[in-house]
Ligand binder design. Structure first.
Ligand SMILES: Cc1cc2nc3c(=O)[nH]c(=O)nc-3n(C[C@H](O)[C@H](O)[C@H](O)COP(=O)(O)OP(=O)(O)OC[C@H]3O[C@@H](n4cnc5c(N)ncnc54)[C@H](O)[C@@H]3O)c2cc1C
Length: 413
């Protein structure tokens, strides 16, 4: 067992005292939930399949709200802000028509997930979270006394009074943990992604979105003078090309602006990161939602990465889970109410963005529509503002439904 914090290194979880909350997944949602609970004095164990620092498929565009939002759970993002590349403008291109460029409604930050997740994990440990790295959870077995569950890893089992599933965009993952077995192909989502870091001259402080048939590719600066190239596409568009390299050649031939960028891109000596297993944007199927655990972050529904708000939303989801579980463990809220309020908050924070993201994504995936939409944005000032601001209008405040619950919380300040 590879743990940090106070957990034993004995290789077995046998005989361990139950924890208040077990968190599965150490992305932004899981790290936030765990840290916010630990700051409230709860005993928390967090299980992350990989070891920090590690690369992750992501555009690495931190929206302007991230800093203020992080402060509400006590994260200090100044070490990240100090290395980040600022972004002030956005630029869209399509296979046909003119590009359009506009100001972002604030300064966004470009920082790698390699740096972000490792820094938040360090702060989670400092807050008292028992962090089990390199520890993949194999199952979550509910049905214990008073709703407790067991988190099962290869090293043994940990009894948890409650569990948060923050396993990310592959919804089959939490289904596999709570239900067991593999899911049918039809239950996977239709999207895939690729990313690579490298050097590219002339990107400046702009986040670029280049559309191509069946997807789009983001190009933006990150720390150390590097650039992140990250794309999301329908798996059906990728499949005929078989390898990332051939797919990149193909998309470069479909959009000349993207082609020019990819031709000048000098990749670092890192493997292309590819998620070819399928994920999807949009809400979770309510009939599949588990009753024995709380879902947080992408696990509870994913907003299109086009919005550039996934990390903020994951942080909000983790924060809501912490407020709800703390109130529940203090006896102030019953479990059914926890599940209901969690759904209400998700709806409130992600519902509108999920719908808008789906519509924009569907349009941008089709070359003719993408070209028309981008031309329209170039001429229609108010519409353009609405599209840019509409995808990022989150305030750092706690959702209305949770305000009465966050008594001893840093969120309340
Ligand atoms: C292509 C792409 C580009 C994106 N670009 C941006 C962007 O530019 N800006 C932005 O804000 N958002 C972006 N997003 C969205 C953002 O990455 C996510 O919304 C955010 O990472 C969600 O955080 P999370 O904690 O829910 O999940 P994740 O960050 O995915 O973390 C889940 C974690 O759970 C772990 N895990 C899973 N199963 C297990 C298990 N069984 N046992 C132990 N650990 C497990 C995984 O290893 C992983 O570390 C993008 C997403 C994609 C796919």
């Amino acid at each position: 067992m590879a743990s940090s914090g106070s957990a034993s290194d004995s290789g077995s979880n046998a005989g361990r005292a139950p924890v208040d909350v077990g968190v599965v997944g150490g992305g932004i949602a899981g790290l936030t939930a765990a840290t916010a609970l630990a700051r409230r004095g709860r005993r928390v164990a967090l299980f992350e399949a990989k070891r920090y620092p590690f690369h992750r498929l992501c555009g690495e565009f931190l929206s302007p709200e991230f800093e203020a939002l992080s402060a509400t759970v006590g994260f200090d993002v100044s070490p990240l802000a100090a290395i980040a590349a600022p972004m002030r403008r956005t630029r869209f291109t399509a296979p046909r028509g003119r590009p359009f460029e506009d100001a972002l409604p604030g300064v966004a930050l470009g920082v790698s997930r390699y740096a972000i997740d490792a820094e938040l994990a360090r702060q989670a440990r400092a807050a008292g979270v028992e962090l089990f790295e390199g520890e993949k959870v194999r199952a979550v077995r509910g049905g214990g006394p008073d709703g407790s569950s067991a988190i099962v890893t290869d090293a043994g089992e940990v009894e948890c009074r409650r569990v948060v599933l923050a396993t990310g965009k592959l919804r089959t993952e939490w289904r596999r943990l709570v239900v067991g077995g593999e899911l049918a192909e039809a239950q996977h989502g239709p999207l895939m992604g690729l990313k690579q870091h490298g050097h590219l001259d002339g990107v400046g402080d702009v986040v670029e979105i280049h559309t191509f048939p069946g997807g789009y590719c983001g190009v933006n600066p990150i720390e150390g003078g590097r650039v992140n190239v990250c794309l999301i596409a329908r798996t059906a568009a990728f499949k005929p090309h078989k390898t990332p390299e051939r797919f990149l050649d193909w998309i470069a031939s479909r959009n000349r602006h993207l082609g020019a960028r990819l031709a000048a891109f000098r990749p670092l000596d890192e493997p292309v990161l590819a998620v070819q297993s399928h994920f999807d944007t949009g809400p979770v199927d309510e009939s599949l939602r588990p009753r024995e655990a709380l879902l947080a972050g992408d696990a509870s529904g994913m907003v299109s990465p086009l919005a550039g708000e996934g990390m903020c939303l994951a942080l909000r989801g983790g924060r809501a889970a912490a407020v709800l579980l703390d109130a529940h463990l203090s006896g102030r809220v019953g479990w059914d109410q926890v599940l209901r309020l969690a759904r209400e908050c998700e709806q409130d924070e992600k519902g509108g963005l999920m719908r808008l993201g789906k519509v924009l994504e569907a349009a941008l995936f089709q070359p003719a529509l993408a070209s028309s939409l981008i031309s329209l944005l170039s001429v229609a000032g108010p519409l353009r503002r609405a599209a840019i601001v509409g995808t990022r209008k989150l305030s750092p405040a706690l959702p209305e439904a949770l305000r009465g619950l966050a008594t001893a919380a840093p969120e309340a300040t």
